[in-house]
Ligand binder design. Sequence first.
Ligand SMILES: NC(=O)c1ccc[n+]([C@@H]2O[C@H](COP(=O)([O-])OP(=O)(O)OC[C@H]3O[C@@H](n4cnc5c(N)ncnc54)[C@H](OP(=O)(O)O)[C@@H]3O)[C@@H](O)[C@H]2O)c1
Length: 344
Amino acid sequence: MSDLPQTMFAVLQTGDGYSGRFDGPAIEDAADYLEGAEVPVPTPGPGQVLIKVRVSSVNPSDLHFIKGEYGQPRLKGNPAGFEGCGDVVAAGEGAEGMMGQRVSFVVAQGCSGAWADYATTMAMNCIPLRPDVSDEDGAAQIVNPLTAMAMVDMARQAGESFIVSAATSQLGKLMISLGRDLGLKPIAIVRREEAVTALKEMGAAEVLVSTDPNMSEAFKTISRELKPRVFLDCVSDQMSEQIFAAMPNGARWVTYGKLTEELPKLTQMGQFIFMGKKIEGFWLTNWMRNTPPADQIRVVGEVQARFADGRWKTDVSTRLALRDVVSGLAEATKKTDGKVMITP
Ligand SMILES: NC(=O)c1ccc[n+]([C@@H]2O[C@H](COP(=O)([O-])OP(=O)(O)OC[C@H]3O[C@@H](n4cnc5c(N)ncnc54)[C@H](OP(=O)(O)O)[C@@H]3O)[C@@H](O)[C@H]2O)c1
C-alpha cells in the first residue's frame, strides 16, 4: 500500500442504524443523509481487497440504505454505495490472487462503500471482468443482472408466462428481454403509456399501463389466456394486490422491492386457502448465500456474455462526479430512464 495516497474523497453516511421509517427510495436532498469528506484510505482486512473505483452506480437499494430502511444498518461516517467497478490495488491475507484485476464488486457489510475514490470488500464479492465489458456495464453487473437471472429462472420453473412490474426499471428490462430469449411470455406493467412500444420491442408479450382505468379488466383477460404463475413485483402497492388476486391457481406474488410508500391491503384471503396462492420475498443477498458456488459462477459467466455481446446493456441517465453527489444526487435520481453513474 506504500504507493497509495494516505487520504481519499468519500461520500459518507450521516445516519446510523435503522430509521424505523419506510418511505421508499425517493430523496428530496441528499444532504439529509450524506456528506462529502476527505478520509483515510481504508486498509483491506483478511480476505478483503482495496479497489480504486472507476465507476460506481446508484441503485434504489442505496437510497433505501442511506435513509435507514434497508436490510442492514447504516454505519455513521462510513462511505455509502453498494456497487461499482474498479481495479484491485491492495489485498489482505488470502486475497492476493485478486491483485491488479479490473473487477465488478458489491460492498460487503461493514466494508468501505463504493461512492469514494477507494472501496473495500471481500474478495468473494468481486467478479473479474472480461475486457469487452465496459466500466459502466461493470458498475451495474451484479445487483440487477444476478437478480434478473435468479428471478426469471424461478419464473421459468413455474410456467411459460410471468409478470414484471415497474418494467421500465433497469432490472425490469433485463428480465423482459431474458424472458423473451428463453421463449417465455413476459407480461410487463408500466406506469407510462410512452413505454409500451419499447417494452414490446424488448420482448414483452403484453404491456399494461397501471394508470389506465381499464387496467384491471385488461389484466383479467390476459391472465386467463397466458396463465402467469409468478408475479415479480417491486412496486408492491394496491394495484399489485389486485393483479395477484386476478392470477390463476397456485400463483406466487414475489415482492423484491418497494418503490412506492403505499401499503397494500389483502382483499382475497380465501385464495390462500382454496387456490394455493403464496406471497414471498426475494433478496439477492440470500440468493448469494444459498446458491452453490458452481451455479453462481455459471450465472456470472452468462451475465458477462450477455453484456459483452450486447443482448443486455446498462442505460445511463446521468453521470455525476463524486464530489457533486451530495449536491446533485436528488435531482439526478428524478430522471427515471436509466442509472445514475458516479465517477471519482
Ligand atoms: N430484492 C433484491 O435482491 C433486489 C435486487 C435488485 C433490485 N431490486 C429492486 O428492484 C427495483 C428496480 O431496481 P432498478 O435498479 O432496476 O431500478 P431503476 O432502474 O432505478 O428503475 C426504477 C424504475 O421504477 C419506476 N418507478 C419508480 N417509482 C415507481 C412507482 N412508485 N410505481 C411504479 N413504478 C415506479 C420508474 O420508471 P418510470 O418512471 O418509467 O415509471 C423507474 O425508472 C427496485 O425496487 C430495487 O430495490 C431488488
